[in-house]
Design a protein around this ligand. Structure first.
Ligand code: ADP
Ligand code: MG
Length: 138
């Protein structure tokens, strides 16, 4: 069993897609073992997306990520990291495959509904960024 970090981003929370996205995730066989709703500080968002700090879209991305509440979850399942990336769909919702979260609920390449860890190293870092061991159901 593998763990991955999911964020339902401000665009999707604002549009009341949280419940639908949670349903989608659970129906695809991933389990939610931790969850919190929060508003990120600018410092937290900058630190979370540090790998992108040289990208032209970085400051807009940070503005977007602090623009409203997010729902942060730890998902578990077989091959959870790759499985969740698959059901999220491509970064750009316009390019996303049918029956993916971003195709169904994403607006554009920035407001694309969800985040998912992209490697086991990043999953561990991202999970520890938001959750203590105590907060994870085993
Ligand atoms: P992913 O979330 O699919 O792993 P990236 O790690 O490349 O994608 O980018 C992180 C986030 O930055 C994306 O989910 C999206 O919100 C935003 N982003 C990526 N590319 C662009 C872009 N060209 N313009 C604006 N925002 C972008
Ligand atoms: Mg990424």
């Amino acid at each position: 069993m593998q763990k991955t970090l999911s964020i339902i981003k401000p665009d999707a929370v604002k549009a009341l897609y949280t419940g639908k996205i949670i349903d989608f995730i659970e129906n695809k066989g991933l389990q939610i073992v931790a969850k919190k709703k929060m508003v990120l500080t600018r410092k937290q968002a900058e630190s979370f997306y540090e790998v992108h700090k040289e990208k032209p879209f970085f400051s807009e991305l940070v503005d977007f990520m602090v623009s409203g509440p997010v729902v942060v979850q730890v998902l578990t399942g077989e091959n959870a990291i790759e499985h969740y990336r698959e059901i999220m769909g491509s970064t750009d919702p316009n390019m996303a495959e049918e029956d993916t979260i971003r195709k169904l609920y994403g607006k554009n390449i920035q407001c694309n509904a969800v985040h998912g860890s992209d490697s086991s190293e990043n999953a561990n870092t991202e999970i520890s960024f938001f959750f203590s061991k105590l907060e994870l159901i085993n």
